[in-house]
Design a protein around this ligand. Structure first.
Ligand SMILES: Cc1cc2nc3c(=O)[nH]c(=O)nc-3n(C[C@H](O)[C@H](O)[C@H](O)COP(=O)(O)OP(=O)(O)OC[C@H]3O[C@@H](n4cnc5c(N)ncnc54)[C@H](O)[C@@H]3O)c2cc1C
Length: 302
């Protein structure tokens, strides 16, 4: 779905797993405008589950069936999924500004339901973020016109961004670090139409700077380049929202799913264990009801 950039949405929900979908359904039932951002296929953590036995009312359902019924539910309620990655969320006072590609959209409240991202940043990643390390090809490709870049891609869908970058940069080295099943399906010649893309199979280990250039250290040696793109499925919550209070790897919330930032709520795996569908869906429902109360409170004040 195309985003209406000019209009402020009541509730922007980031993530299309059970938490985000449940939040979207509840906010829509409560007559709030909803922008649901995530994946048109819902969530890999749902669709890839072999068999699910602990979701009430569905004693034996496969992950792909559950994902389909979540998407059917959204369709029945006319809630479109906007298949876009949010790269940054800024608190602006009485609203939030969300960066999507190179555009910004406004929302009165935000529900973070991006799931949990396992794995730590590479040594040197945090220090160089915005200074040679980027998470978003669409946002930063222009900086590499006529230069070189290394892209580390965590899923096959990132290959589109590699092609886009190769149209701007002189040379792109692509390091796919896919899960085994996805890697097995990878064609021998990934980019037949782009002679300036070189694919290397190795595991990145660390990032550093040498004078004005970036260095990616991997198990296949050092790669010196102008910029490094790390294209992961999700961005860690602390990097997504400056000023957000964390509890270890998770977002700190109270029982209403409120974070330390007024109008910003979180639900699902992102708030902590247990990592379970029904817990995620339940928290999505609570977060949406809290967002509705928050918006109604804003309206009462004006
Ligand atoms: C193989 C497997 C089997 C499982 N089996 C079970 C089971 O049988 N029973 C059970 O209860 N639990 C099971 N789980 C756990 C369950 O999958 C998770 O607890 C649940 O999916 C969490 O839901 P969530 O909505 O919090 O996040 P997720 O389902 O992880 O969804 C996160 C969503 O956020 C999107 N996203 C992330 N970052 C961004 C961004 N920056 N911009 C836009 N979108 C973004 C992602 O694309 C995704 O759509 C299983 C997990 C796996 C991996």
């Amino acid at each position: 779905m195309e985003i209406n950039m000019g209009k402020r949405t009541d509730v922007a929900i980031i993530g299309t797993g059970p938490a985000g979908i449940s939040a979207a359904i509840t906010a829509a039932v409560r007559n709030k405008s909803v922008l649901l951002l995530g994946s048109a296929d819902a969530s890999d953590k749902v669709s890839k589950a072999h068999s699910i036995r602990n979701y009430p009312g569905l004693p034996d359902i496969s992950g792909s069936e559950l994902a389909k019924s979540f998407l059917d539910h959204l369709e029945k309620m006319n809630i479109p999924v906007t298949d876009k990655k949010v790269t940054m969320i800024y608190a602006m006072g009485e609203y939030y500004s969300l960066q999507i590609d190179q555009e910004f959209i406004e929302a009165s409240t935000v529900i973070l339901a991006t799931g949990v991202s396992f794995g730590r940043p590479f040594p040197g990643e945090d220090e160089n973020l915005g200074r040679g390390v980027s998470y978003c090809a669409t946002c930063d490709a222009a900086l590499y016109r006529g230069k070189e870049a290394v892209v580390v891609g965590y899923a096959p869908k990132e290959e589109a961004d590699v092609r886009f970058l190769a149209e701007i940069a002189d040379r792109v080295i692509y390091i796919p670090v896919y899960k085994k099943a996805d890697a097995d399906a990878m064609p021998q010649d990934l980019f037949p139409d782009h002679s300036n893309i070189e694919v290397r199979r190795c595991r990145p280990q660390a990032i550093s700077k040498r004078e004005s250039r970036m260095v990616l250290t991997a198990d296949c040696g050092e790669i010196e380049t102008d910029g490094i793109f790390l294209l992961r499925e999700s961005v860690s919550p602390g990097k997504l929202v400056p000023g957000l209070e964390l509890d270890g790897n998770h977002v700190k919330v109270d029982r209403s799913m409120a974070t330390n930032l007024p109008g910003l709520f979180a639900a699902g795996d992102i708030t902590g264990t247990p990592y379970q569908y029904i817990k995620a869906a339940g928290e999505g429902n609570v977060a949406a009801l809290s967002a509705v109360s928050y918006i109604d409170g804003l309206a009462a004040r004006t």
